[in-house]
Every structure is written in C-alpha cells, then in structure tokens.
Design a protein around this ligand. Sequence first.
Ligand code: GDP
Length: 467
Amino acid sequence: KIRKPVAQIITYFFAEKGKPLAINDFLEKELVAEVCDKYELEYLFDDEKTTTAGDRGFLAEEHKGEAESRPPVVTVMGHVDHGKTTLLDTLRKRSVAASEAGGITQRIGAYTVELDGQKITFIDTPGHEAFTAMRARGAQVTDIAVLVVAADDGVMPQTREAIAHARAAEVPIIVAINKIDKDGADPQMTRQSLSEEGVLADDWGGDIPMVEVSAKQNINLDGLLEILNLTAEMSELKAVREDDAAGIVLESTFDTTKGCLATLLVQRGTLKKGDWAVAGCNVCRVRLMQNDAGGEVLEASPSTAVQVTGFQDAPTAGDQFEVYKTAQEARAVADKREREMSRGPVGFAGLGSDSEQTMKLALILKTDAQGSIAAVKHMFSEVKDSKYVNLRWVLAAPGPITDSDIELASTCPQGQKVMVLGFNTNVSPTAERTAKERGVMIQNFNVIYELFDTVVAALEGELTQEE
Ligand code: GDP
C-alpha cells in the first residue's frame, strides 16, 4: 500500500534492526508505524477510526474481529504428465459426487472439497507458473504446495523447478507420489530421487510428508487430504471473518452476455453481494456471486473462491482486491491508483541497486545439462573464501531460461540482488521480454570462467556496497 518494494522493507528491518522478516509476515502495529516513520508517511490506525482520503488501506490488518481458523489454499505442482490435472479432476469429481447439489459444476479457478467436515481449497490451474506469476505481483495465494511426482518417472526438471518455487515462497510441501497403479511404478526410487533434491520424507528422517496415490484410479486420495488437513492445522491458518473482504483476483474473463466475470479468492473478511470492491484501478459492485458448483451465494468467507459479476473492466489476475464501505470510497481509491499508475510503475527495478544494504547474491542458473551444474557449483566450492557464503543458489536446473525463471527472480524475497545465469543454454524470446519488463538481467555464458568472474564481480560489488 505504501508502494515501496517489499524487498526494501525486509532489507531495512534485517540490516538496520537485525530482524529477519519473510515476504508473508504480518507486521505488528509498532513495525507498521516504524515503516511509515521511515518513509515520512502520515498514518492513522483503523481502530482510531479516522480513515482518510478513501484509502483505508494498509492498516486494515488491524481487524475488528477475532481471527478464526480458515481452510488451506493449495496449489498442485510438478512435472508435465505426472498427473496434476488428473489429480485435480478426480478430487473435484469426488467432491461433486459427495455434494447434494451434484452434477452442475463450473470451472472458476479454484474449488473447495471437504473431508470429515474440514475444507480444503484447491487452485485448479496446475503448475508453478500461475503460482509464481501471482507472487511476482506481490500476492501470496497458496498455503501449501502439493508436489506431484510420478512413481514411474521420479524427479524431472519441472519437479526441481516446482521445489525451488515452493521453497522461495516458503510454503510447506507435501509430495503425492502418483501413478502407483502403473507397472513400473517404484515409490521407493521416487523417494530416493527426491531425497537427492533435499526433499526428505518424514519417515526417512526428513520433514516432508509423502503419500502414495493414484489420481487416475482414485487410490488413497483421502490419505492426501488427511495430510493436507494435518499440515494446515500445524500452520495455524487464521483469518478474521467479520470484516470487509480482501483477497486476490484469481482469474477474469469476458462473457458476451454476463459481461466481465472475475474469480475472487477471499483471504480475509466476508465478501457479500452488493459490496463495493476495488482491484487495481477497477471498481466492482458485486452483483452476482457463484461458487464452484455453479450455485448462487450471498456471502463468501476466507479461503473460498467465488466468481463475481460487476466489474466494469476485467481486473488482472494476481491483483489484490479489497472492499470499501461506499461507492464513493471505492471510486476514490481506484482514481487515486489510476493517477499514480500514470506516473509509472514501481517494481523490481530498484531492488539491489538501491542505496540500502543488500545481504546476499541469489543465483538462478540454467544449463545445457546436469553435469554443467555440477561443474559450475564445483568451481565456487573450490574457492575457500568466506565471502562465497553470501551466494545462494535459488535454482540450478538444466534447460533453457524461461519466463518462469524470470518470475522466480522477481519474487526473490529477502532484499537480495538476483542474477539469472545461463550456461551453454538458450533464452526463450518471451523470457527476454519478461525480463525487460521486470528489470531482471539475464546473463548467458559459453565459457565457465566468464560466468565465474561475472558472479565474483557482482558479489564484490554487493559487499563493497555494504562496507
Ligand atoms: P499433468 O501434465 O501433470 O497435468 O498430467 P495429466 O494429469 O495430464 O496426466 C498425464 C497422463 O498420465 C494422462 O494420460 C493421465 O491419464 C495419466 N495419469 C495421471 N495419473 C495417473 C495415475 O495415477 N495412474 C495412471 N496409470 N495414469 C495416470
């Protein structure tokens, strides 16, 4: 809300206050006040009842009500063909069969299933691309990541990517070892290959729950849901219900008869028919709300997704929305944002080159082959110099540099400088474009020493800046 890069704020607390914060942390009132003081912003707390200028904004975390537990929001990730879509379909069909309404369903971008009275919401766009694109926009949608790994295939490149993305988002991972019905399925081998990625099963001394399932044959999906409920319980997910709603735009489409349809995931408060919501610069009077079963609802509570009509223009997926008391207030916020946007976007560009201190250098490396990764990493490990502890490998994987790597770079949480490096690989044209848009630099090398020297120079630059 204060339109400063989140990295700057994290860096401020870490470097000046020695207080490590992650991108999803809530700031206590005192810390909010401190941030405002730092940027010389005027602020008033909600409970002091003086919301001004239509920008009820960033102090809204100071709720009126008690936080109550809410269902987890889950994203399914994994390598192509490992069964993500099948898993989401089967879970959904089971839930439809179990519900009384039965039959009529519509795909709105997320759906909620129930096991023993416990609800779980699944984002039904599989894969980490959507997940990461949302995070790049500053929206944290997911509480838990389900990593689907086919038991006849084991860890594959996108499995590694998904692990890196889930870790960067600091969300708990649950592994679904899928296709156990297939000839050639080898769950033990799959566990083995996951352990090589540092994903160690809880019964192997690690802390990652793993369940063996068949998405296609509907085997042990209850087991998966149980573990999800357990993990959610441990994460103590909470939200205030009795408040104006706020959340994320998951999808938006245009329907020739109904106009703009947007799926909103409520993250706190309760969204009601007739509410005035703002997403980005778009105002919406919530006219009709439908749930994933296609039925009309009048209210949506935290962790539920509803498709709403009433937006004038389609909002962007990943935008946050919040509800305002009156049409005037909502319009004032949207207008103000529009004016600000025309002054140019604030984004990733300043990260790291800022005068503020940076802590580490984060690296995303793509190469032609697994062997090259080992060669590059080996080169750094050979140098016994303490400054190399400042390097962090966010992702090292074979393959071309794609959009998803750039998205990952632009979500890097801890105020770090990030480099996207290629070694003997290609850069997809869309990645190049996205990188430009987001101010992420891609550097591609064919000579390993050049890569090494470039990283060393960047690191030294960072460290000098710190002194
Ligand atoms: P995605 O690319 O990860 O979304 O994978 P899909 O869900 O499209 O699945 C890829 C293929 O694997 C499809 O032909 C599915 O029918 C098949 N498949 C998915 N889950 C299972 C399973 O549990 N057992 C078997 N035998 N096949 C599966």
